[in-house]
Design a protein around this ligand. Structure first.
Ligand code: AMP
Ligand code: MG
Length: 439
């Protein structure tokens, strides 16, 4: 099937028009762009992505200082240790060494972080000294530079400390603070609206009316967005009625950088999302049948006037999240300025069979990934694999890739996409289980 047939406004009619995950992703990512940069105070920068490099305007450490509590000495004086020296002062962290100079035969009591006094070129740790009234014995020789942290030892003036596209971790924030940086230029967190669709959905407490179900996709996607570092906007639910749905989407376009809908993209009688996106986005809208399970039906458009990407995720709860993982998350990371868009792909050994049947699609099995004592990765199914069975996604920390065919047998190696690190450290078999439970 030529990609034009699948990607155009007109959906493929027969059952064979599947498009690969890569092709669908390429289509989505090529339509999304990075958000314009904004300056933010350092205190609000954690988790955001730099939009320009940061250069050091000062050195870290800013001055040569002691790495130990001890005595600052002239290395030449103590080459023949043990040797007695005359203490001529004390330097605490924060003191200005000012007039203190260490001459021949002299030492200065110094604390960790205090500036090295001129004349001294090494520090002997206090544990290797003995002191009395007006004298100190240095018991071991300290070559020049011993226990001294030179100015610029971590960062020199003018160094490019961080590049564009780097996500600011706690350590990044610490480094920037040490440089006296007060604000940084980053990409803002995309504001992502979440709209559930379906006449069957109930989102208020109380007994369920006949035929209704609770809206789980919206809370789930809002939490997922939050966990991925995006700003989540609750857009509520819309009925399976194109007029009301179109109004809800139009309202969202004014306040969101991107919109996720769930439901209404299949071939059911009332699948209104597709209709609405095609109405609002015209030729920019594509409705895809992706060669993946779960997550086959998927609609995408960039809606005017601001070309806001709208991701029409499937309604089945696991399909919605998988489709988010495959298409929306990488696109939102691109908008956020990240260099890497995708989950890490690792190799893991199957603890149990992961069977499937050939159907022309890539299957993504929910698995629990764990490590053994030698650091090898193991994958076991986290539960039942129906696309409505969300409980097995709750325990999973990875998706195993099962290419078209019969699946994988226990002992075989599969590729996995790592979704998180929870549960990774404890392989739950044999004696290792009781060991880890005691902690
Ligand atoms: P649809 O794609 O609209 O045909 O929905 C597919 C399945 O997902 C149906 O069983 C829906 O009831 C279910 N579903 C759709 N939206 C939600 C939601 N927000 N929360 C839970 N289940 C949903
Ligand atoms: Mg529906």
């Amino acid at each position: 099937v030529a990609s034009g047939e699948v990607l155009g406004v007109t959906p493929p009619v027969s059952g064979t028009g599947l498009v690969s995950v890569d092709e669908a992703r390429r289509r989505v990512l090529s339509a999304c762009g990075r958000l314009p940069p904004v300056p933010v105070p350092l205190a609000q920068a954690f988790g955001l992505v730099l939009a320009e490099p940061v250069r050091a305007g000062q050195a870290v450490p800013p001055f040569s200082n002691s790495a130990m509590d001890g005595y600052a000495v002239r290395s030449g004086d103590v080459a023949g240790a043990p040797v007695g020296l005359r203490p001529v002062g004390t330097l605490m962290a924060g003191d200005d060494p000012g007039q203190i100079f260490v001459g021949q035969g002299e030492a200065v009591r110094i604390m960790t972080g205090a500036a090295m006094p001129p004349g001294a070129d090494a520090v002997c740790m206090v544990e290797r000294t003995r002191s009395g009234d007006g004298w100190v014995v240095i018991e071991e020789a300290v070559p020049a530079g011993t226990n001294v942290r030179p100015a610029g030892d971590d960062i020199a003036i003018g160094d490019v400390v961080f590049g564009e596209g780097e996500r600011l971790s706690a350590a990044h924030v610490g480094v920037l603070a040490s440089l006296g940086v007060e604000s940084v230029v980053v990409r803002p967190r995309p504001r992502v609206g979440v709209l559930s669709t379906g006449d069957e959905l109930v989102s208020v407490p109380g007994p369920l009316p006949a035929g209704k179900i609770r809206d789980s996709n919206r809370p789930c996607l809002l939490a997922q967005l939050h966990g991925d570092g995006f700003d989540a906007v609750d857009l509520g639910t819309a009925p399976d009625e194109p007029g009301a749905l179109a109004a809800a989407v139009r309202r969202a376009l004014g306040v969101c950088d991107a919109v996720l809908t769930s439901g209404g993209v299949s071939v059911g009688d009332r699948d209104a999302v597709r209709t609405v996106l095609e109405g609002l986005g015209g030729a920019r809208t594509c409705w895809l049948r992706v060669a993946v399970k779960p997550g086959k039906p998927f609609a995408f458009s960039t809606l005017p006037p601001a070309n806001v990407p709208v991701f029409g995720l499937p309604g089945n709860p696991v399909s919605a999240i998988v489709s988010y993982e495959l298409f929306a998350r990488p696109a939102l990371r691109l908008m956020s300025g990240y260099r890497s868009l995708f989950r890490p792909c690792l190799a893991a050994v199957c603890e149990a069979d992961l069977p499937r049947r050939p159907d022309g699609r890539l299957h993504l099995a929910r698995v629990v990934l764990s490590t053994d004592r030698r650091g090898a990765l193991w994958a076991r199914p986290s539960g039942r694999q129906g696309s409505h069975q969300l409980s097995s996604l709750a325990g999973a920390n990875a998706l195993a890739l099962l290419p078209d065919g019969e699946g994988a047998l226990a002992g075989e190696t599969v590729e996995v996409w790592l979704l998180g690190t929870e549960g990774l450290e404890a392989r739950s078999s044999g004696s290792e289980r009781s060991g880890s439970e005691r902690h």
